[in-house]
Write a protein that binds this ligand. Structure first.
Ligand SMILES: Nc1ncnc2c1ncn2[C@@H]1O[C@H](COP(=O)(O)OP(=O)(O)O)[C@@H](O)[C@H]1O
Ligand SMILES: [Mg+2]
Length: 270
């Protein structure tokens, strides 16, 4: 069976929402419609609007109700943040900005910050050579200082989980090891649920937001996760295992362009 890819964020989110164990870790997510945007802003104060079939943080928009005011709104896309006096003004601007394709609205999670920059995590989960789901890598992504997305392709900086979480975990009296275990288990749970819904799935990369209570939230699941980001970890064994597992299920083949790219990047050219 070929390696399975699912591009629709909606299809993957629905599968997670159908799981009683995972439902509570998925931010409220609904198809994009005017009423939904208004209702969700009233309910959550901040939401993300994103293309159903997007990648690399492209087209992602953050909407917020201005704190301390009844009807002020802000919209941010890329590095530009704009304020509006009313919902209707903001919504007009949103319709002009948004591409004419399906979008979804999602409850916004206030990401933890370091030096004013937001960060979240990528959790890589793969089928091991013995056929079990296993979390093979966890890496933090620190957003560009003026951006609302942490994606590497949008100027995010990959960093070890411990570097970003150390102070937050210490304050909460928790250990890095314990938190790593929690994220690893979450990864395996998500993969098991999606693997049942989409047979043929071999690898996933979960975007996990951590809120100020240190609760992990599943922002999205990628079925074509970038393995190369893990080359940025000082611990080289993480990438070696990711590559080993991927080779076993056929993502890399000897002598193919993918593996040549891999060798080049590993040599530090990218
Ligand atoms: N609901 C949300 N709350 C907070 N941040 C979000 C939310 N949704 C997305 N983001 C931020 O935007 C980034 C890109 O969104 P994502 O859903 O992963 O789309 P893409 O497929 O483009 O990567 C996330 O990694 C995260 O930093
Ligand atoms: Mg993403």
């Amino acid at each position: 069976m070929p390696i399975r890819r699912i591009s629709s964020k909606w299809a993957k989110t629905e599968a997670l929402l159908a799981s009683t164990e995972l439902r509570g870790l998925v931010p409220d997510t609904r198809p994009f419609e005017p009423d939904t945007v208004r209702d969700m802003l009233d309910e959550y104060g901040m939401i993300y609007v994103k293309p159903v079939n997007g990648t690399f943080g492209n087209g992602v928009i953050r909407l917020a109700k201005t704190i301390g005011s009844d009807d002020g709104y802000t919209l941010q896309a890329g590095e530009k943040q704009i304020s509006f006096p009313s919902f209707d003004d903001m919504y007009d601007a949103l319709l002009k900005l948004k591409r004419p394709r399906p979008y979804l609205s999602q409850q916004g999670i206030e990401l933890l910050k370091q030096d004013g920059r937001r960060f979240d995590f990528r959790v890589m989960v793969q089928v091991s050579p013995t056929g079990q789901w296993e979390t093979t890598g966890i890496i933090g992504r620190l957003a560009h200082p003026r951006k609302i997305v942490t994606n590497y392709h949008a100027g995010g900086t990959p960093l070890p989980m411990e570097t970003l979480m150390k102070a937050h975990l210490e304050k909460a009296g928790r250990t890095s090891r314990g938190y790593r275990l929690e994220l690893s288990r979450l990864g395996v749970d998500v993969a098991s649920v999606l693997g049942k819904r989409f047979p043929g799935l071999k690898e996933i990369g979960i975007d996990v937001a951590v809120d100020t209570e240190l609760k992990p939230w599943i922002l999205e699941v990628n079925t074509l996760p970038d393995p190369y980001i893990f080359l940025r970890l000082p611990d080289r064994s993480v990438y070696r295992r990711i590559r080993k597992y991927a080779t076993a299920y056929g993502r890399f083949r000897r002598g193919t362009r993918a593996s040549a790219n891999f060798r080049r990047r590993r040599a530090g050219k990218r």
